[in-house]
Design a protein around this ligand. Structure first.
Ligand code: HPA
Length: 239
């Protein structure tokens, strides 16, 4: 344990954060999840409005906190939770853009691993490969929960990109065909790198919010509803 509070999380007592933390990108989604799904909720962070809450789901403890967008942002928050608050596992619950025509809007993806051009892992620890696996233990639990809830999951490699607005839209085909990526998001590679580096567990569930193949988009309201499926899976990880 090192210094708490950290520069980005104001909680002084690590026992106020559960051993499992769910991380949506949007801190307001963290707030909604806490209000809608959790009981006995206590807020543990307001710094930079990156809200974090701990509560119970069906009597079991779980925390939920925003990660912000992109690898630098989730890289900071997940590192502080793992290293300084003793968190054991973090599950990102986010949205992604589909790279394949088989994926439809609102499908739920479970990342086996994340491919990235990012230097995050190399700079942090000297890790020199371009992909990092999710925790197989966590993924096995997630698969079994999804089966019980009868929610279909697509499992595979995802692309963690630093760039949302590429000049050449067609490059997604190369990422799909050469690197085997099903979909794109912007955080998991750094989350998985932190977990690997610190001996912790991380996983990532994603809902398809747009398609780079068809150009289809969801509205923010539709996304909110569709995310419920993914959240129900993730919340069952409460302990
Ligand atoms: N690109 C990157 N991240 C995303 C996307 C996308 O198209 N959709 C949802 N997250």
């Amino acid at each position: 344990m090192s210094t708490i509070p950290t520069p980005h999380i104001e909680e002084k007592d690590p026992s106020n954060i559960a051993s499992t933390v769910l991380m949506p990108g949007d801190p307001l989604r963290a707030k909604t999840i806490a209000e809608k799904f959790l009981k006995d909720v206590v807020q543990f962070n307001t710094v930079r409005n990156m809200f974090g809450y701990t509560g119970t789901y069906k009597g079991r403890r779980i925390s939920v906190m925003g990660s912000g967008m992109g690898m630098p942002s989730i890289g900071i928050y997940s590192y502080e939770l793992f290293k300084f608050y003793g968190v054991d596992r973090i599950v990102r619950i986010g949205s992604c853009g589909a790279y394949t025509s088989e994926l439809k809007l609102y499908d739920v993806i479970l990342a086996d691993d994340a491919y990235s051009e990012s230097t995050f892992a190399k700079v942090q620890s000297g890790y020199d490969k371009d992909s990092i696996e999710a925790s197989s233990t966590l993924n096995e639990k997630i698969v079994s929960i999804a089966k019980q809830l009868d929610i279909p999951l697509t499992q595979g490699r995802i692309h963690s990109s630093d760039v949302f607005y590429r000049n050449n839209h067609e490059e997604y085909k190369e990422l799909r065909d050469q690197h085997g990526c099903l979909a794109v998001e912007m955080e998991s590679f750094a989350l998985f790198a932190n977990a690997k580096n610190l001996g912790k567990e991380a996983a990532c569930l994603l809902t398809v919010s747009d398609s780079l193949v068809s150009g289809e988009l969801t509205t923010s309201k539709e996304r909110q509803n569709a995310f419920t499926k993914m959240m129900e899976i993730a919340l069952e990880l409460a302990e």
